[in-house]
Design a protein around this ligand. Structure first.
Ligand SMILES: [Zn+2]
Length: 164
């Protein structure tokens, strides 16, 4: 890896949408496949939004991120956190899923272990991009997804999620 910033992508492993996720990441975001680490997990970035509920998945994602950063001795990372409509793992409505994405930066910062470099600890520095895949045809996942950015709200009230 040449860059001093590690680019990491987290998306859902749902086979219905896996090709579209890859096309989005490599085509629209424009990441070469050998320039970023993709972590696909059922639930996508939603597992990082609710680590208490999806503990094993969130732990796995964090462990892979941590390994990658340590292995390359990189402290800066750019995370593309992607979740999508009709996710069978998280089962969140679109509004709730997008609201939950706001939790990802704080959770990753909280759970990512501190890096160790030259005998002292360093703080990882993260840059976050949130994305949400919406069904192109409402109610019909077979027609695929289009992806829209979700603005990161730095200061906000705690979210409340209805239902589920
Ligand atoms: Zn999913």
């Amino acid at each position: 890896m040449q860059s001093d910033v590690a680019t990491i992508v987290v998306f859902c492993q749902d086979p219905r949408f896996i090709n579209e996720h890859v096309r989005f990441v490599e085509g629209d975001i424009g990441l070469e496949s050998d320039e970023h680490l993709t972590i696909s997990v059922l639930g996508g970035a939603g597992v990082l939004a609710e680590p208490d509920l999806f503990e094993s998945e969130a732990t796995s994602v964090i462990n892979q991120m941590s390994f990658w950063l340590k292995e390359h001795n990189i402290v800066r990372y750019r995370l593309h956190a992607i979740s999508h409509e009709d996710c069978l793992r998280t089962r969140r409505s679109a509004d709730d899923a997008k609201a939950y994405l706001q939790e990802v930066p704080a959770n990753v910062r909280l759970y990512l272990p501190r890096g160790r470099e030259c005998g002292y600890e360093v703080e990882y520095e993260g840059e976050f991009h949130l994305w949400y895949g919406v069904m192109k045809t409402p109610g019909n996942p077979q027609n695929g997804l289009r992806f829209e950015p979700v603005a990161l709200v730095e200061k906000r009230d705690p979210i409340t999620v209805s239902g589920t």
